[in-house]
Design a protein around this ligand. Structure first.
Ligand code: SAM
Length: 217
């Protein structure tokens, strides 16, 4: 198919994806606008590009996946972003969620342990016109203490237990969202930093690749 026809097809598919997200209960207009703006097809390998706007997790190489758009949307809704927040993303993966965050938050920090994924995420972010994101390669299981505190910490891989060692990297009122559990049984956990304490709420069941590192598996 000619490049122009493909671009038009992607635009239609993206529009339908936004309609599906809205129908599934995502009401936040900023989140819907971010999904309408970020070209998801640029963040997935060519072999699965035709499925870029399906509500499906897709392989991105190195045994990793990009999550379903519905999962990204739900996680972003729990982050309650107003546009000014400092956000830490642990597990850049394809960079797609990083691009969404760049439209929804003030400053985005993202860590990926697999160098090849970090590099292709960097490339895709550039192609999508996203700049100003702080992207680094390494084990993010201990957070990013030098850049802390963060208003939001989003973990894109499953930690063995609620990552209490990251709570000190949250601002007062900050939120942390993490899948917690083993490869078969995980729950999505939302932590809120209150004055002097942390509320831990289980939101849903989850299925993510493992967080691998010193404070992970
Ligand atoms: N949200 C991402 C996207 O939009 O493509 C998908 C994230 S993918 C489910 C999880 C990512 O976490 C993988 O790329 C994996 O390599 C990464 N990861 C796992 N353990 C990590 C760690 N300790 N530090 C940084 N990244 C890690």
């Amino acid at each position: 198919m000619a490049a122009r026809a493909l671009t038009g097809a992607y635009q239609r598919d993206r529009h339908r994806l936004v309609e599906r997200l809205q129908a599934s209960g995502i009401e936040d207009l900023a989140i819907l606008h971010a999904f309408a703006s970020v070209p998801r097809h640029r963040f997935v390998p060519e072999a699965v590009r035709h499925r870029a706007y399906a509500d499906a997790a897709l392989p991105i190489g190195h045994g990793q996946t990009i999550s379903r758009p519905g999962v990204h949307a739900l996680h972003l809704a729990f982050c309650e972003l107003g546009g000014d927040e400092r956000v830490l993303e642990i597990g850049t993966g394809s960079g797609f969620q990083t691009a969404l965050l760049s439209l929804l938050a003030g400053e985005v920090y993202s860590i990926e342990r697999i160098p090849e994924l970090a590099e292709s995420a960097r490339r895709a972010l550039g192609e999508a016109g996203v700049d100003g994101v702080h992207l680094t390669i390494g084990d993010g299981s201990g957070g990013w203490p030098e850049a802390a505190p963060f208003d939001v910490i989003l973990i894109g891989a499953a930690a063995p237990e609620p990552p209490a060692h990251l709570y000190p990297q949250l601002t007062p009122g900050g939120r942390l969202l993490a899948p917690v559990g083993d490869p078969e049984h995980q729950e999505l956990v939302c932590v809120r930093a209150r004055e002097g304490s942390f509320d831990v709420e289980t939101i849903d069941r989850a299925r993510f690749v493992p967080l691998i590192g010193e404070r992970g598996w």
